[in-house]
Design a protein. Structure first.
Length: 552
């Protein structure tokens, strides 16, 4: 056992003395020492249950012959940080969480790792840490929030963001906005649509890093504590098999996950995170894999933000397995190993058949004939970018550029009514290094929808989007403007053309004749300054590992 390094032999007596001071006896110290890591915080509903959930996971570890060692790490809550300077910290937190899990486990020579996660960046960070550590490990998602109810219809925080735009346009008064705000988030759990948290929880199941069906259980459901206990048991079985979490992250597993994201019109953040997970696992997996996934897997799940249903409603209908079964039936996913010791297809075969439901269709009868995103290239994004296709049917857009050097400036223009139908809103210097941290543009995109412009304008940015964003939106532009990308040379009035069928994003303007004058860095010290210097391109997953710096 790795933990023998801190507990075996006379020289380790001081370490054993400290372990005894925490309440462990000789028998507990002799057993495998298992990290139970959670991202509990009471700053938001997303991670609110995780400290309590960890106690059930600990009990499962003990029942299966291990000794749990509990750690907490940070979270940054996108729904609160959105549209503020706090959002600079969001993507950066993914790296900090990954590093902190790695350091806590390595620093104490622990034998296995169970990570309990909630909000957006905690989920990929857990997978990245397990890939680095190459130990037995698994992840349990704390679960989705239940939908709120407003005027008899289910609502999520997405509705509140869009209501801000409607309020600014005079379509909603103060009383109505306050009423919606008061009911949209009724309790613990992560944002309720197929936004980033629920998308990434599904991704980890398709990667084999989370047990089937357990991530689907909502945060406050009566079965969630038992799911955590079961994960403790499964981890110890994984330890006894000496099955490494890294061994599960294969090209087949990554392709399965990418196709599941496409089929559910999931968050485009999953592209960034899957690239990062693949990097940490040492698996070659490039941006073009996602274009192939979108061509193969049509949208079959009718989920918010573009569809009708929430994650809790999908759980009631049959959960992630509904998507997997349809993709399997169409030959679009491959069988892979999972943390349970059984293969994915064996897990699916063991489940009871689903009842009649309307959340997930067959591949032969999709909601949309192609996937929820596409990868574009062109003279504005030579290294690629991601177009989000959830919630609209458009495949082409051309219009004059309205150029803003920050999200804040663009939001102000939207709220003041300065954006018109037909415009292409351009937000630059918000990339991984330029922001830094690649802020999400939900405040802007939701305000556009709230003002009735969601289908009438396009938006392009070297930042990224919330999973709650819908409309004709292009993000992850690479190279980013702050590192010499052509977006930095675009000017107001330049014609911008987006053609999804041609996989193209371009301008007719002659950018070669224009000077390139990026603004000075926003942050030169501290965690944000360090990140800005180290981070790789969005096309490579915006990772900070030393081997990943590349000019794009």
């Amino acid at each position: 056992m790795d933990s023998d390094a801190i507990k075996q032999g006379p020289a380790r007596a001081p370490a054993r003395a400290m372990l005894r001071a925490t309440g462990l006896d000789s028998a507990a110290i002799a057993r495998p020492l298992v990290a139970v890591v959670h991202t509990y915080s009471d700053v938001s509903p997303c991670n609110l249950t995780l400290r309590d959930l960890a106690q059930h996971a600990r009990a499962g570890v003990i029942a299966a012959g291990g000794t749990p060692i509990e750690f907490n790490t940070i979270t940054v809550t996108d729904g609160i940080a959105m549209g503020t300077s706090g959002m600079y910290a969001s993507l950066v937190s993914r790296e900090v969480i990954t590093d902190s899990i790695e350091l806590a486990v390595r620093g104490h020579c622990l034998d296995a790792v169970l990570v309990l996660v909630g909000c957006d960046k905690t989920i990929p960070a857990a997978a990245m840490a397990l890939a680095r550590l190459d130990l037995p490990g698994l992840v349990l998602y704390g679960g989705t929030i239940m939908p709120g109810c407003h005027h008899g219809r289910p609502v999520t925080v997405q509705d509140v963001f869009e209501a801000v735009g409607a309020h600014a346009a005079g379509k909603m008064d103060d009383r109505e906005l306050l009423a919606l705000e008061g009911v949209a988030c009724p309790g613990a759990g992560a944002c309720g649509g197929q936004f980033t948290a629920n998308t990434m929880a599904m991704v980890l199941t398709f990667l084999g890093l989370s047990p089937w069906q357990l991530n689907d259980i909502p945060a406050l459901h009566a079965d969630k504590n038992a799911a955590a206990f079961r994960c403790g048991e499964l981890l110890m079985a994984m330890f006894k098999r000496q099955q490494s979490a890294r061994s599960l992250i294969t090209p087949s597993a990554l392709r399965n996950a990418a196709r599941a994201v496409s089929a559910t019109a999931g968050s485009t953040n999953a592209i960034l995170h899957l690239l990062a997970i693949a990097h940490e696992a040492g698996v070659a997996f490039a941006l073009d894999e996602f274009d192939a996934a979108a061509k193969a897997a049509p949208v079959i799940a009718d989920l918010k933000p573009g569809g009708r249903y929430t994650a809790a409603e999908m759980f009631s209908a049959g959960g992630t397995a509904l998507v997997a079964r349809e993709l399997r039936a169409a030959g679009l996913i491959e069988d892979i190993a999972t943390v349970t010791g059984s293969s994915m297809f064996a897990e699916l075969d063991a489940m009871a058949p689903a009842n009649a439901q309307e959340v997930v269709r067959t591949v032969a009868n999709p909601i949309k004939p192609d996937g929820g995103f596409s990868i574009l290239y062109g003279n504005l994004a030579p290294a690629g970018c991601v177009v989000k296709l959830a919630g609209h049917g458009r495949r082409q857009f051309s219009g004059p550029a309205r150029v803003f050097d920050s999200e804040d400036a663009a939001f102000e223009a939207v709220q003041s009514g300065a954006i018109r139908a037909g415009d292409v809103v351009v937000i630059r210097f918000e990339g991984p290094a330029g922001g830094p941290g690649m802020r999400e543009m939900l405040a802007v995109t939701a305000a556009l929808v709230g003002q009735g412009l969601g289908g009438a304008v396009a938006l392009i940015t070297d930042g990224r989007f919330s999973g709650a964003t819908h409309g004709f939106m292009v993000g992850h532009m690479a190279p980013e403007a702050a590192r010499g990308g052509p977006l930095a040379q675009l000017q107001d009035g330049d014609l911008v053309s987006i053609d999804v069928a041609a996989r193209s994003l371009s301008t007719s303007a002659d950018l070669s004749r224009r000077p390139l004058t990026p603004p000075p860095p926003h942050h030169e010290r501290g965690a944000l300054g360090k990140y800005a210097q180290m981070v790789s391109s969005a096309s490579l997953g915006a990772v900070t590992s030393f081997s990943s710096n590349a000019p794009t």
